[in-house]
Design a protein around this ligand. Structure first.
Ligand code: ZN
Ligand code: FE
Length: 259
């Protein structure tokens, strides 16, 4: 492989509609997995590439994101990173982190971002050198996670932090929900040409069995209704022209819950 090869991100379908990701540092050979819905597909993806797992990064405590952590830790000896704030609900952590802390995978450094909302204690990991952010059930392709524990203002703040990253950032999210997210998004912005084109591309990808993730932050900013609650066109479509951004976000989230 040429020495100029940058960090690699590999998407791994797991369970029914979950995704895990590998992040590989070619300089050191270190490899992390972000979330472990189940161990077997991840072990297979590592073996296929001849990579050794060194780190396990956990985004939040739901079973469909951590169910395979202990199997994979036992098989590989990889070190486990997760939110200190959620340590009581996560598998034992070798590294308990909080917003502002740095996660190290070989020479790659990832910033921990608190993205509470779906759960309280949900974190995202932003690796600038890989141009990737691992968001799991916070920012998702054309959607965002349901508010099981946090509040709408909390999720709006979390999404606003992610929205401030560079537009070319890969958004590595946790589920294949994009087709139904697209159908919902079109009810919020029926005239958004970028959204209509993306919805068609999503349908085509799924018809061929291809994942719709990762996406680019730029396309999320242009088409994801949950990032667009502050736009006057969205507010007026909802009859909320004078409402605060977070209130409009809350209304969009409510509508999605019953969609
Ligand atoms: Zn979850
Ligand atoms: Fe999930």
């Amino acid at each position: 492989m040429p020495s100029s090869t940058g960090p690699e991100v590999v998407t791994i379908p797991c369970l029914k509609d979950n995704y895990a990701y590998l992040l590989h540092d070619p300089a050191t050979g270190d490899t992390a997995v972000v979330d472990v819905p189940e161990a077997a597909p991840i072990a297979a993806a590592l073996k296929a590439r001849g990579w050794t797992l060194t780190d396990i990064l956990i985004t939040h405590h739901h079973h469909d994101h951590i169910g395979g952590v202990e199997d994979l830790r036992r098989a590989t000896g990889a070190e486990v990173w997760g939110a200190a704030a959620d340590a009581g609900r996560l598998p034992p952590l070798d590294h308990a982190v909080a917003e502002g802390d740095v996660v190290r995978v070989g020479d790659l450094e990832g910033a921990v971002i608190d993205v509470s909302g779906h759960t309280v204690g949900h974190v995202a990991f932003h690796f600038p050198e890989a141009r990737a952010v691992f968001t799991a059930d916070s920012l998702m392709a054309l959607g965002c996670g349901r508010l099981f524990e946090g509040t709408a203002p909390q999720m709006w703040e979390s999404l606003s932090k992610l929205a401030a990253l560079p537009r070319d950032t890969l958004v590595c999210s946790g589920h294949e929900y994009t087709r139904s997210n697209a159908r919902f998004a079109l009810t919020i912005e029926p005239d958004n040409a970028d959204l209509r084109a993306r919805a068609e591309a999503v349908d085509a990808a799924r018809a061929e069995g291809r994942p719709t993730v990762p996406s680019r932050l730029g396309e999320e900013l242009d088409t994801n209704p949950f990032l667009r609650a502050g736009l006057s066109g969205v507010k007026s479509h909802l009859g909320m022209s004078s409402a605060a951004d977070a209130e409009v976000f809350a209304e969009i989230r409510r509508r999605k819950d019953s969609f």
